[in-house]
Design a protein around this ligand. Structure first.
Ligand code: MOS
Length: 702
């Protein structure tokens, strides 16, 4: 029986439900001690003095002078120090590291730091330091605006968002004979590997990174584990003992990355019938104190700022700037939720302004096969914008409810969106991912660096391999993501694992199958000895990308989605209750339909939270509401009933036609929810749309 398309048992499911799965804080090593980070309490300035009286015999104390290699967290640009030398650029910036046998004593240890303060900058509009600027241009907007009957213009804002993975960041660093091993909760073992090599000045084979069972990531464990791993490694090297560092929720919230806040300005030229003649978009992202991943987050942001619409004349400008808060980083969607929120609320405002049905407006302008995107990418048959729109409207009974909800404190709104799968442009070529498949006595073992972080990686990859080999699913094992064992198959990000890594494994399996012929694995191993097949990513020939001018194939393919949100509104408290949510999403092929529904429901719920509840309050550049009693995420009681419809329009270069599914679901929910609120005649253009904000929202002129 084929495994693909079936709800097979999760590879690590039993361990998780029975509580035997071991997360980083469950793991002990002989002689292990605990590590802690001493952080800045100002947003900008320099260190004047550091004083403490910690007994040398008991405490290990590390500062920047203990770093054997470069004092840097090696990511895209090497601007972020591992430990502050003199200049502080944000609150809670790491300055000193402490380790002790006893966790309580460690927490009580007192270090006094005096500063020379400088005036911090928190407003991205006023920042003069740009991390990255991008321009996308197609046609001539001047020309397009000249033929317009009307212009609709507006500014839209989104705030920070905290990942709130169930398990906070944590690692254990174990000193080895002239090297180091780091175990931890993470998405990308080879990212950590690269940054530890630079920090400790160690060669490849002296650094080993092992991902252990990980309780969620959502992008928050894409870049940050490189920081906490660096700290634990320094303490381990100096003390000569294994060092465990686990953040509590508060430290995780104040010190680690968040989603980039954004300000989007949109200006659209239109014919009376709703045909778009020109589109101008300006995107500003707040990067925080260091570059980290801001350039690539901005890139994906501007590439999705067009929404899934056709334009002859469009100009998109983007800028990611520095401010004095903790750096913002990767978060599910990676810039696309920010910009598509603006585009979809703007589309709603266009429909309101022109008095056109919101579905008709989108139908008229949606991308079709054969159209080109803002970067000039010609879309093939794998374009489903109209299909998902039509299905979502039918399935939710949108038109009828749109009429019947009026005047009843109920609202219904929709959003149309898309999401590029995999790294941008020729990013996958640069990554040059490698995956391996090893023949075992009973079947095969998958060797990849891609991590299971709750989304179902191990299961989904095993399904692909099982069918490609013609073996039963339970004969396929998945190796630990341990850089000592697996090749670098790239990071677990960008909705790439299934489409990109799954495809490489499918090719490995096809070759293995050919080699085996009619032999059983056992017989083959006996006769020929071990068999490991390794393959590299192969670029589909049509992908041509000009990074300089942002022209060409931004992504190999796109997923397409249409969400319909229904809400109830309390006119006394201004609370919004999301009641029903219809999500229709084309992901090429659902390798595991239950996991796919889980991703779509989970991503949508996270998007509903982003739209209504999740507000990061910054005070003096520090998250002031760093606890789950003050930073609210949706519980089951705040989550609507979901109706998920999977559309399978295959991508010919994906395994069994699969595209990505991890990120797209969070793009659609925020604008769908806000457009449902707009249906109540409230002019909301920013999220989170908290009751306080709604109370101040003007009416949409009637
Ligand atoms: Mo992701 S936000 O590409 O980890």
């Amino acid at each position: 029986m084929p495994a693909v398309g079936r709800k097979v048992t999760r590879k690590e499911g039993k361990e998780k439900v029975t509580g035997t799965a071991r997360y980083i804080d469950d793991i002990q090593f002989p002689g292990m001690i605990y590590g802690r980070t001493v952080r800045s309490s100002i947003a900008r300035g320099s260190i004047a003095s550091i004083r403490h009286r910690l007994p040398k015999k008991e405490f290990t104390v590390v500062d920047y002078r203990d770093i054997p290699g470069k004092n840097v967290i090696a990511m895209i640009v090497q601007d972020q120090p591992c430990l502050v030398e003199k200049q502080v650029r944000h609150q809670e910036e790491p300055i000193l590291l402490l380790a002790h046998e006893n966790r309580e004593t460690l927490l009580k240890a007192d270090v006094k730091i005096e500063y020379k303060k400088l005036k911090p900058l928190f407003d991205p509009e006023k920042s003069k330091k740009s991390f990255k600027k991008i321009l996308i241009e197609k046609g001539s907007i001047q020309k397009g605006f000249r033929t317009a009957d009307t212009i609709v213009e507006g500014t839209y804002h989104v705030g920070h968002q905290e990942h709130v993975y169930i398990e906070t960041n944590g690692v254990i660093a174990v000193p080895e004979k002239d090297g180091i091993t780091i175990y931890g909760s993470m998405q990308c073992p080879y990212y950590v590997h690269k940054s530890i090599m630079a920090l400790l000045d160690l060669p490849d084979d002296k650094v080993r990174i092992v991902q252990v069972e990980t309780g969620g990531g959502f992008g928050g464990k894409e870049d940050y584990p490189s920081v906490i791993a660096a700290h634990a490694a320094l303490l381990a090297l100096k003390s000569g003992r294994p060092v465990k560092m686990i953040y509590d929720r508060e430290e995780d919230m104040v010190a680690t990355t968040k989603r980039h806040p954004g300000r989007m300005h949109l200006k659209t030229g239109l014919k009376k019938d709703g045909t778009i003649t020109a589109m101008e978009v300006d995107v500003l992202f707040d990067g925080g104190a260091y570059v980290t991943l801001s350039p690539v987050v901005l890139s994906r942001g501007v590439l999705h700022a067009s929404g899934p619409y056709r334009y002859d004349h469009i100009r998109i400008t983007g800028n990611a700037v520095m401010t004095n808060t903790a750096p913002n980083g990767a978060f599910r969607g990676f810039g696309a939720p920010q910009t598509q929120f603006a585009t979809e609320v703007h589309m709603e405002r266009i429909a309101e302004t022109l008095g056109i049905d919101p579905v008709k407006l989108r139908e008229k302008n949606a991308l079709r096969s054969g159209d080109t995107t803002a970067t000039g990418q010609k879309l093939g048959k794998d374009c489903s914008a109209l299909t998902v729109l039509k299905k979502a409207v039918e399935k939710s009974n949108f038109r009828k409810k749109r009429k019947s909800y009026a005047g009843k404190n109920k609202g219904i709104g929709l959003s149309l969106f898309f999401h590029g799968s995999g790294f941008t442009g020729i990013g996958e070529v640069m990554l040059a991912s490698e995956a391996s498949l090893e023949l075992t006595k009973k079947g095969a073992r998958i060797l990849v660096a891609n991590t299971e972080i709750g989304q179902g990686t191990r299961t989904m990859l095993a399904q692909i391999v099982a069918d490609a080999l013609g073996f039963p699913y339970d004969k396929i094992e998945v190796s630990e993501a341990d850089t000592g064992l697996v090749p670098n198959s790239g990071p677990t990000v960008a909705s790439r694992t299934c489409m990109v890594v799954g495809k490489i494994l499918q090719r490995c399996a096809a070759e293995m199958k050919k080699k085996l012929g009619k032999m059983t694995p056992g017989a083959y191993l006996k006769k020929h000895g071990p068999l490991v097949i390794t393959k590299k990513y192969e670029k589909p020939p049509e992908i041509i990308w000009d990074e300089e001018n942002y022209r060409g194939h931004a992504y190999g393919t796109y997923g397409w989605g249409c969400d319909v949100s229904e809400i109830e509104f309390d006119p006394d408290t201004y609370e919004v209750r999301p009641t029903k949510f219809t999500a229709v999403q084309d992901i090429g092929k659902a390798i595991h339909p239950v996991q796919v529904v889980g991703q779509i429901e989970g991503g949508s719920a996270q998007g509903v939270g982003y739209a209504l509840l999740e507000e990061v309050v910054m005070r003096d550049g520090k998250m002031a509401n760093a606890s789950l009693t003050n930073y609210l995420i949706p519980t089951t009681k705040d989550t609507p009933d979901f109706d998920v419809v999977i559309v399978e329009n295959p991508y010919r270069h994906g395994p069994y036609g699969a595209k990505g599914v991890g990120e797209m679901p969070i793009d659609g929910a925020p604008p769908a929810v806000v457009n449902a609120i707009r249906h109540l005649n409230l002019d909301v253009r920013s999220i989170p749309a908290t009751p306080e904000r709604l109370m101040e929202a003007p009416c949409i002129s009637s």
